[in-house]
Design a protein around this ligand. Structure first.
Ligand SMILES: *Cc1c(COP(=O)(O)O)cnc(C)c1O
Length: 230
C-alpha cells in the first residue's frame, strides 16, 4: 500500500515549488484531495496529515463516507467535482460545500430552487468544456460568459469561479490559459484546474484550486460504466 501521508507531503511540496516558480504566494493555491473510489479510512489518513479539502465526483459515494468525517472534522470542506443530476441536488447541497460542476441551465434552475428552501451557502463553479468534447460535460467556451451572467443574475447563484478538465490528448496549458481568460472576462477569481498529471502547469496558469487524486491516494480501479455515475 502506498503511504498516503508521504504522497500528500510530496504533492504539497511540489505545489509550493510550482507556486514559488510562478511568483505566486503558496497560500493562493488550495489542494483538493480527490478521494473518489477510496474509502473513509484513506480519507482519515489524509485528515490526520492535515488535509481538509476533499473532492468527490458522485453524490451517493460521498454520502457513504463523508457525513461521519464531517461531524468529526467540522472544518472539512467537500467539493463536488462530477456531474450532478437534478434529482440529486437536494442531497448534494446538504453535503457539499462547493459545487464545481454547474454545467447546464436546467441544473442552475434546480440549484436556485433548492437553495431558496435551504440555509446552506455553497460556493458554485461553472464547468467549462474547454476542449468542446461531446462526451464531456461543461459549457462551451463561447457561451461561458453569458451562462455565468445568467446563473448569477437570473438564478441568483453564488458563482465564484470556473473549472475545467482538459482533453487527455492535448496540451493542458492551452486549456488552462483559455479558462483563465474566460474567468477574467467574467470577473471571477477562482480557477479549479490541474489534476495529478498537470497540476503544476495549472498553477503556472493561475489555478487557485488543483484537484489531485491518484498522486495522493494511489491508482483507482478502471471506470466501469458511465450510466453508473451520479
Ligand atoms: C478524478 C478526478 C480528478 C483527479 O484525477 P487524478 O488524475 O487522479 O488526480 C480531478 N478532477 C476531476 C473532475 C475528477 O473526476
Amino acid at each position: 500500500m502506498t503511504d498516503i501521508a508521504t504522497s500528500l507531503a510530496d504533492v504539497r511540496r511540489r505545489i509550493a515549488t510550482a507556486a514559488e516558480e510562478a511568483g505566486r504566494p503558496v497560500d493562493q493555491v488550495s489542494l483538493v484531495a480527490v478521494s473518489k473510489t477510496h474509502d473513509a479510512d484513506a480519507v482519515r489518513v489524509a485528515l490526520q496529515a492535515g488535509q481538509r479539502i476533499f473532492g468527490e465526483n458522485r453524490v451517493q459515494e460521498a454520502q457513504g463516507k463523508f457525513p461521519d468525517l464531517k461531524a468529526e472534522y467540522p472544518d472539512l470542506e467537500l467539493h463536488l467535482i462530477g456531474p450532478l443530476q437534478s434529482n440529486k441536488v437536494k442531497q448534494a447541497l446538504a453535503l457539499f460545500d462547493v459545487i464545481e460542476s454547474l454545467d447546464r441551465e436546467s441544473l442552475a434552475e434546480a440549484l436556485a430552487k433548492e437553495l431558496a428552501k435551504s440555509d446552506r451557502k455553497p460556493k458554485i463553479l461553472v464547468q467549462v468544456n474547454t476542449g468542446e468534447e461531446d462526451q464531456k460535460a461543461g459549457i462551451p467556451p463561447r457561451e461561458a460568459e453569458a451562462f455565468v451572467k445568467r446563473a448569477r443574475e437570473v438564478h441568483g447563484l453564488p458563482v465564484v469561479g470556473l473549472m475545467c478538465i482538459p482533453p487527455v490528448d492535448e496540451e493542458p496549458a492551452l486549456h488552462f490559459a483559455l479558462l483563465r481568460e474566460i474567468a477574467g472576462r467574467c470577473g471571477l477569481d477562482i480557477l479549479s484546474m490541474g489534476m495529478s498529471g498537470d497540476y503544476e502547469a495549472g498553477i503556472r496558469f493561475g489555478a487557485t484550486h488543483v484537484r489531485v487524486g491518484s498522486a495522493i491516494f494511489g491508482a483507482r480501479p478502471p471506470v466501469i460504466a458511465p450510466s453508473d455515475a451520479g
